[in-house]
Each structure stands twice: as C-alpha cells, then as structure tokens.
Design a protein around this ligand. Structure first.
Ligand SMILES: *[C@@H]1O[C@H](CO)[C@@H](O)[C@H](O)[C@H]1NC(C)=O
Ligand SMILES: *[C@@H]1O[C@H](CO)[C@@H](O)[C@H](O)[C@H]1NC(C)=O
Ligand SMILES: *[C@@H]1O[C@H](CO)[C@@H](O)[C@H](O)[C@H]1NC(C)=O
Ligand SMILES: *[C@@H]1O[C@H](CO)[C@@H](O)[C@H](O)[C@H]1NC(C)=O
Ligand SMILES: *[C@@H]1O[C@H](CO)[C@@H](O)[C@H](O)[C@H]1NC(C)=O
Ligand SMILES: *[C@@H]1O[C@H](CO)[C@@H](O)[C@H](O)[C@H]1NC(C)=O
Ligand SMILES: *[C@@H]1O[C@H](CO)[C@@H](O)[C@H](O)[C@H]1NC(C)=O
Ligand SMILES: *[C@@H]1O[C@H](CO)[C@@H](O)[C@H](O)[C@H]1NC(C)=O
Ligand SMILES: *[C@@H]1O[C@H](CO)[C@@H](O)[C@H](O)[C@H]1NC(C)=O
Ligand SMILES: *[C@@H]1O[C@H](CO)[C@@H](O)[C@H](O)[C@H]1NC(C)=O
Length: 837
C-alpha cells in the first residue's frame, strides 16, 4: 500500500462517519418546508442527492450540471409533485427517467440543450399536468414523446426551433390540453391540415406570438372553437397582418389577443384595415396591446368588433379615441396605460364596466354619460375632478362600483345625489377637498365599502359619515383628525365590520366613540400616537377579533380596565410600542403575558422603560422582581403596626407599669399614709367635711392622702397618684357616687387601684357608697358593679345611729395592718374578720 492509499483508507471512513453525524443530512439543499419542499438550486450537483427524504413533494434541482438523466433517476422520491430541472445542461434523457413519479404534476425542463430524448423518456408520469419544455432545442413536435400524457393540461414549448405548425396525431389524445404555448418558434406558415387534430378541443388556448408568420391559409381555422388565440409580434407589416387575419376566418374564439410586445418587432404604420378580417370571426373578448403607432383617427377601426362583449386596450398610444361605431354591443371596456390627450367620454349604452386606469396625458375629468354602467374604475390617472359627485358629473345612475384612487384633487361638491346604488367607493391617494362642510356621503345608504385612505382628509365634522347605514368596511388611514382626537363620527355606521384608522396621528379617543360599532371585527389603530392601551374604549366591541395597535407610543394600560377587553379577540398586535416594564404596571405586564396566545410576535415585544429594563424582552418580566419591595412594604407596615400597638398599650398601661416599677422600688416598706382617697371632685365637700374630719382628727388619727393637699405641685398628676397615692398608702378608699361613675378620671384611678391591689397583694380597697346608685349606670362599669354586688361595702348614712356605725366600720377597716399600739392591734384582729375584700 502506498502512503496515499493508507491515508485514503483512514480518511474515507472518517469522512463517511462525519457525513452520518451531520445534523442536516439533506445538505447542500435547503429545507424550505420540512419533509416537503427542498431547494437544491445551483449547488454544483452532478447527481441527484440521495439524502433528501422520500416524502419530498417539491424538488428544485435547477442550475446543477446533471448533464444526463438515466433510467429511474427519481425512484427514491415517489411522492414528488413538482420537479424543476431548469438549466441542468441535460443533453440526454433515457427511457423511464421519471419512472415511479406517479404523482408528478409539474415538470420543468427549461433551458436544457437536449440532444437525445429517448422515446420512453416521459413514461410512468401518470399525473403530469404541466410540462415546461422551453428552450430545449426542440425542432419538431413530431418526435416529442408526450403522446401518452393524457392528463396534460399545459404544454409550453416556447422558444424552440419548431418550424412546422403541423400538430402531430397524438394531440387528439391529449383531451385535457387547455394551453399550448408555441410562442417564439420558427413557424411561418399555417395550413388547414395543421390543426385538424384540435377540432374536437374547444378548451384550448393557443399562443403563437413571436413566430414570423407570413401566411395563414384561408379557412385554416374555419369552424374551429378555441378558448384563446394570441398573435403578438407575429407580422412584419400591416399587409401581412391583414391577410393573415383574413386567414382566421370562421374561427370562434373566446379571447383574441393581438398587438406587439415592448422592445420586440412591431408593425410600422398600423393600418385600420388590418382588422377588417375580424368580421368573419366570432369573438367574445378582444385585447390589443403595445401599439405605438395607433391610427390618429379610429373611425372604422372597430367596425368588425361591434359584437364583442369585452375590449381591452393596453399601452396603446393614440391622441384621441373618438369615432367609435354607433351600435357597439360592448359591455366591458378597459384602457390601461394608454397615452391619450383627453378623457375618452365614450357613449356606449351597453357598457357595464369601464376601466380607464394608469393612463398618461389626461389632466381633468369630463362628464360621463353611461346609463347602464355599473363599474367605473378611473384610478391611477392623476386627473382632477372639479365636482364630485352627483348624477350631474357622472350620468351613471346604475353605478355600483367607483374607483377614483390615485388621482389629483377631487372637489367634493355634492353628496352623491342620483348615485344611490353605489356599493363600493374608493378614493385612496387622491386629494379630497371640501370634506368638512357637509355630509358628503349622505345619499349612499347602500354603500358597503369606502376607502378614503391617504386623501389628506382632515376630520373636523361629526357628520362626515352620516347616511352610511350599510357600510361594512371603512378604510381611512393616513388622514388627520381635529385635535388628534378620534371623535364621535361613527354613530350611524352601525354595520361596520372593518375600520382602519391607522397613520392618523391620533392621540386620544373620545368617550363612546365605538359604542355603536356592535359588529366590528377588525380595528386597525396602528401607527398612531396613542400613549395608553385604553381598554375601556374597546368595551362595547364585543365582536372584535382583530385589533392592531402596533407602532404607537403605548407604554402601558390601566390595569383595572383590562377586564373590559373584548373577549372574542383572536389577534392583538402590540409590536413596536415603547412598553414601560416598571413594577407600577405589573398588572398590565402580567395581562400581556396571559394574553400571549393572541399577541402577534409576543416574544419580540421589548421594554423601553425603565432604563435598566430597556431592550429586555417583555415576556421576561418577572413579577418576583416586584415582590421584594412588596415584602419590604408588608414588613414595614407590620412593624409600624406592632410598634403603635405597643405604644398604645404602653400609653394605656403606662401607669400600671409605673405601679409595677414602684412596687419593686418601694416593696413592702414604710407607708406614709394610711389610705389614699379616690373620689370625684364633686364629692370633695363630703371628703373635706366628713371623711377628713372624722378620720384625721379622731383617735387614733389616720393619715389620709388627698390630692388637693398632698400631691407635690409640679409633678404630673398621674405620677403623683402613683408615687404619692398608691405607693405610699396602705389602703385605698374609693368614694363611689353617681359623679364617680360618670367621671372617667375616677374610673381610671379606680382601675389603677385594682392593679395596685393585685400587684401589692394587699386586701386594701375600701368602698364607700355615698348615695344610692343608678343600676344601669353602674352596670356600665362591669368590674365595679361586680365587686359591689359581690362584696361588702360601706354605705354612707347621714343620720344618728347609721352614721355612728359607718365610722366605726370604716375605722375598723383602716386599722387593718396598721401598727399603732397593742390595744389597737387587738382591734385589728376583730376587724379583719368582718372586713370586706
Ligand atoms: C419527516 O419525516 C420523518 C420520517 O418520515 C418523521 O419522523 C418526521 O417527524 C417528519 N417531520 C415533519 C416535520 O413532518
Ligand atoms: C440544437 O439542435 C441543432 C440541431 O437540431 C444543433 O445543431 C445545435 O447544436 C443544438 N444546439 C445546442 C445548443 O445544442
Ligand atoms: C371529433 O369527434 C368526432 C366525434 O365526437 C369524431 O368523429 C372525430 O373523428 C373527431 N375528430 C378528430 C380530429 O379527432
Ligand atoms: C410586407 O412583408 C412581406 C414579407 O415580409 C413583404 O413581402 C412585403 O413586401 C411587405 N409589404 C410591405 C407593404 O412592406
Ligand atoms: C353583429 O351582430 C349583428 C346581429 O346580431 C349582425 O347583424 C352583425 O352583422 C354583426 N356584426 C359583426 C361585425 O359581426
Ligand atoms: C382601485 O384602484 C386601485 C388602483 O388601481 C387599486 O389598487 C384598488 O385595488 C382598486 N380598488 C378596488 C376595490 O378594486
Ligand atoms: C346590516 O347587516 C345585517 C347583516 O349583514 C343586515 O341584515 C342588515 O340589513 C344591515 N343593515 C343595513 C342598514 O344595511
Ligand atoms: C393596519 O395598518 C397598517 C398600515 O398602517 C398595515 O401595515 C397593517 O397591516 C394593518 N393591520 C391589519 C391587521 O390589517
Ligand atoms: C364570539 O365568538 C364566538 C365564536 O367565534 C361566537 O359564537 C360568539 O357569538 C362571539 N361573541 C360575540 C359577542 O360576538
Ligand atoms: C399586526 O399583526 C397582524 C396579524 O399578524 C398583521 O396582519 C398586521 O400587518 C400587523 N400590523 C403591522 C403594522 O405590521
């Protein structure tokens, strides 16, 4: 083995392995539709790539140097429907080359210099409908082996070298043939016998353009019926044309096309008499195109065409189109891209359709009288209209369709009086004048379609669309509105299903604009200046399916209103808007994410704000990023609450706390007072005159703490109560009276006393009830009520014995715990037994 063989021995398996792991095995072809369509154009392939899936239906192999198609070249693609082999330098096609392609319907062989076409080359093509064999160096149809292709509908053998128009016998089997293109061949003569195989096929359209025909045997087409016959750029001069046309005598043809091609041979000095022979033909539709040298005077030109129903002239240059025969039966007339000096206001009573479009040389429209006209297309002429539109300008009372698009200035001078049958009306890209002065469409109650796109209309008048009760489609992009506000102009167009108000510089929508549009399905508001997706304004649009709000300045929407968004929406376009992805718009952003199934290109929506989100994908917005501040807020709120609750509690129980502190401080130490007296200031007289007198001046004397006397001035009264009152007293005397219960301050003092009693664990509160209490009032002080009803208390009696007993009992109670002298300690023991509390 030589070193190179060794190298090959190792490299080749490696390469084979690599070829296997290549992910796209159909390389170098392009997979257009997976498993269906493969494009292998211009890949320098020498053979048909085997890696393409056998399910492929469309295969483009054009511009590859295949050179040769052997037998059964395509058996690995049994599903193939379209096969393009254009310019593959194929010179030889063997028998059964397409074997197995049962479903192939289109085969393109254009531009192959085929020298050797085997007789069975096309066998097996059971479904072939279209065979394109343009420019394959075919010199005769005789040996072209297609006789068995019964399914063939279209055969294109243009641009070949065929000299004889003698259609071979096999054409009589091609019963489905509808189109035979023999243009650009070398056919000079047409004889009677050439066509006899076609006698039974009236479906056929025949194109013989660009053949240098100089002779057609008279009667060659006699009694024949054809769908179409095209003879363009066939004749050297008018006299040849004239005799050849005479040779067509007896033909019955649906569509006859005569004329030239741009930049091809053309007949100089076209003579009107050239068309004289057409009188012997039966023609439905006549077309003439590219005649530079059209006669100045067309008198008599169309004499043989009075009975056709449709005439079309394209690229015909004639100064004037006048002098048409009187008894024309034309129903449709089309003048496209012609050059004329004046608007041709024909008067053809039978005419139903008139298209005068994209013509040059006409500046202004003149009145038109066509009583039966239903369709009038005057678009693309750059004409101006001094008045539009009423039956005076257009005497076409049966008009249903009017297209005035792409013209110059159109002055609206009336409201379509007399043109009430109009159903479609189009003005796009013309300039409408005087649109704000009256309801210009008032008479058009049958109009279904109106297009005033890009007409420089400034909508300032609410009645602009009044009267359009049936209107279904309204297109008005590229106009403007007063104050850039969409105003209530749609009140009467209640049947509208499509509304296009894009590119109108709109910023606002007035309230209730869409209230009456209960059938609207498509609404286009794109390319405006809206700042907000105003869900509320769409609320009445229950039937809306498609909403386009792309290319606006929408940053967000009002979160709560989004629930009103039309529920039947299937498509929503919000692309090209500067979304604000800050947490403030969280609910809107979440809504967008929820609606992604209806959004167009949802995954490409971008945030424009805030700066740190700029350029990020809207769908990548995470609510979680907003939740952290939320947590902070919650924590803050909770802590503030807790702190305030604590503060309240501290405030409320401040004194109790002070008591607590005091208890620790003073402990069970010495007491300055025998009792701290709690009473209402209203009862002060009794306290001074009875209580103080009897206790402090009696024997033994008790020392009472009385705030009017013992509290230290300058110290807060509450602090005094606690420090002077409770902490330094052994007992507390509560003087209960009506005033006491009514006084909040007293009740407060009493509550502290209770706490004090609890904290110092002394049985120390002595109740004195001054007067009979009202039960209901007492009940409000639940605790006090309970105590009074459960325990003994001293009831003040202001006379004789009762008074004596009262003081005795009180003194006894106060003696409890008082270290005085042995005598008194004895008394204490007895008092303890009867003592309340
Ligand atoms: C293509 O065909 C293969 C095999 O028949 C199949 O596994 C695959 O799913 C198909 N792919 C598509 C996109 O249909
Ligand atoms: C076309 O066919 C003719 C003979 O019919 C031959 O002379 C000529 O070379 C062929 N042209 C091409 C490009 O093969
Ligand atoms: C046309 O059809 C008729 C009967 O349908 C038949 O007799 C005649 O031979 C056919 N002509 C040709 C040229 O096939
Ligand atoms: C028209 O063309 C034919 C054939 O090309 C020629 O024989 C004839 O003289 C021409 N006639 C005129 C009037 O030029
Ligand atoms: C047009 O039709 C009428 C009657 O239908 C006939 O008399 C007339 O000759 C026809 N004209 C042409 C040019 O065919
Ligand atoms: C009106 O004419 C314009 C320009 O030729 C064309 O684009 C448009 O489709 C026409 N309108 C209708 C409704 O056919
Ligand atoms: C509106 O449309 C409905 C259904 O298409 C139709 O029945 C009704 O007549 C229309 N109303 C008007 C005023 O044209
Ligand atoms: C809305 O109008 C714009 C042009 O302004 C156009 O590009 C777009 O396709 C329209 N949208 C729909 C849904 O028709
Ligand atoms: C919404 O759409 C459904 C199905 O397309 C239709 O049946 C229903 O009537 C629609 N609702 C409204 C309010 O138009
Ligand atoms: C918005 O999306 C719709 C649906 O895909 C499309 O028809 C329309 O053209 C889009 N609008 C623009 C302005 O591209």
């Amino acid at each position: 083995m030589t070193p190179s063989q060794v190298l090959a021995g190792t490299l080749l398996p490696a390469m084979a392995f690599l070829a296997c792991v290549r992910p796209e095995s159909w390389e170098p072809c392009v997979e257009v539709v997976p498993n269906i369509t493969y494009d292998c154009m211009e890949q320098n392939l020498y053979k048909i790539p085997s890696s393409i899936p056998s399910s492929a239906k469309h295969l483009d192999l054009s511009f590859n140097p295949l050179m040769f198609l052997g037998s059964q070249s395509f058996t690995s693609f049994p599903e193939l429907e379209v096969l393009d082999l254009s310019r593959c330098e194929i010179q030889k096609i063997e028998d059964d080359a397409y074997w197995g392609l049962h479903y192939l319907s289109t085969l393109i062989l254009t531009g192959n210099p085929i020298k050797n076409l085997a007789p069975g080359a096309f066998s097996g093509l059971l479904s072939l409908q279209k065979l394109v064999a343009v420019e394959i160096n075919l010199s005769s149809l005789e040996n072209f082996p297609i006789g068995h292709l019964k399914t063939l509908k279209e055969l294109n053998v243009a641009h070949n070298l065929v000299r004889s128009f003698k259609l071979p016998e096999y054409f009589s089997h091609l019963n489905n043939l509808e189109y035979l293109d023999l243009s650009n061949n070398k056919i000079q003569n047409i004889y009677h016998k050439d066509l006899h195989v076609l006698y039974n096929n009236s479906k056929l359209s025949l194109d013989l353009s660009l053949n240098p025909i100089d002779f057609i045997q008279p009667g060659a087409f006699d009694k024949m019926r054809l769908q179409g016959l095209t003879l363009r750029s066939n004749f050297d001069n008018t006299s040849v044309m004239k005799t050849c046309i005479q040779g067509l005598a007896g033909l019955e043809v649906n569509q006859l096309v005569l004329g030239e091609f741009k930049n091809e041979r053309y007949v100089e000095e076209f003579d009107k008499s050239a068309l004289q022979g057409l009188c012997t033909l039966t023609i439905e539709e006549f077309r003439l195109s590219y005649l530079d040298d059209f006669p100045k005077n067309i008198n008599g030109l169309f004499n043989c065409l009075v009975n056709v129903s449709a005439v079309s002239l394209a690229h015909v240059y004639s100064r004037r189109l006048e002098g048409l025969p009187k008894d024309l039966k034309w129903q449709s007339l089309e003048l496209v891209k012609c050059k004329v000096n004046q608007f041709p206001a024909f008067s053809i009573p039978s005419l139903k359709r008139y298209s005068f479009t994209a013509n040059r040389g006409v500046n202004s429209f003149t009145d038109l009288t066509l009583k039966n006209l239903e369709f009038l297309d005057l678009s693309g002429n750059g004409m101006s209209f001094k008045g539009c539109c009423s039956v005076k300008d257009l005497e076409t009372p049966n008009l249903k369709y009017l297209n005035l698009s792409f013209n110059d200035v159109i002055s609206m001078s009336s409201n379509f009086m007399g043109l009430e049958l109009l159903e479609r009306l189009e003005f796009q890209h013309s300039t409408l004048k005087q649109t704000s002065q009256f309801s210009m469409f008032l008479s058009l109650s049958r109009l279904l379609y109106l297009d005033i796109s890009y007409t420089h209309t400034h909508v300032a008048f609410h009645g602009i669309f009044s009267g359009l009760f049936s209107l279904q489609v309204l297109k008005m992009p590229g106009n403007s509105f007063k104050d850039n506000t969409l105003s209530n102009i749609f009140m009467e167009v209640t049947n509208l299903t499509l509304l296009d108000i894009s590119e109108c510089q709109l910023e606002h929508v007035s309230q209730g604009v869409f209230d009456k549009l209960l059938r609207l399905r498509v609404l286009n508001m794109s390319n405006n200046h809206f700042l907000l997706l105003d869900a509320l304004s769409f609320k009445p649009l229950h039937t809306l399916q498609n909403l386009d709000c792309s290319s606006n300045r929408i940053a967000s929407s009002n979160g709560q209103d989004l629930q009103h968004f039309p529920s039947n929406l299937t498509t929503l376009n919000l692309t090209q808007n500067p979304f604000d992805c800050s947490c403030e718009h969280q609910s809107f952003l979440q809504w967008i994410k929820d609606q992604r199934h209806l959004l167009v290109e949802a995954e490409r929506l971008e945030c424009a704000m805030p700066p740190d989100m700029q350029g990020k994908m809207l769908l990548s917005f995470r609510n979680a990023t907003c939740q952290i501040p939320k947590v902070i807020i919650i924590v803050t709120v909770v802590s503030v609450l807790v702190v305030s609750v604590i503060a309240c509690l501290v405030y409320k129980f401040y004194f109790h706390l002070m008591l607590l502190a005091g208890c620790k401080k003073y402990g069970q130490g010495e007491n300055t007072y025998d009792a701290f007296v709690i009473y209402s200031s209203q009862d002060e007289d009794w306290v001074r005159n009875e209580l103080v007198k009897n206790l402090e001046e009696g024997v033994p004397p008790f020392k009472l703490c009385l705030h009017y006397r013992d509290f230290i001035p300058g110290v807060a009264i509450a602090a005094n109560i606690i420090q002077e009152g409770f902490h330094k007293s052994r007992k507390v005397i509560v003087v209960v009276s009506q005033h006491f219960i009514e006084s909040r301050w007293c009740i407060f003092e009493y509550e502290i006393a209770q706490t004090w009693q609890f904290l110092s664990s002394r049985a120390g509160i002595i109740f004195i009830v001054l007067q009979k209490l009202e039960k209901s009032l007492l009940r409000q002080q639940v605790e006090l009520y309970r105590l009074l009803s459960r325990n003994t208390y001293l009831e003040w009696e202001d006379h004789g014995l009762g008074r004596h007993i009262f003081w005795r009992r009180l003194r006894k109670a106060l003696m409890d715990g008082k270290s005085w002298n042995p005598e008194e300690q004895q008394m204490q023991k007895t008092a303890r037994k009867k003592q309340p509390l």
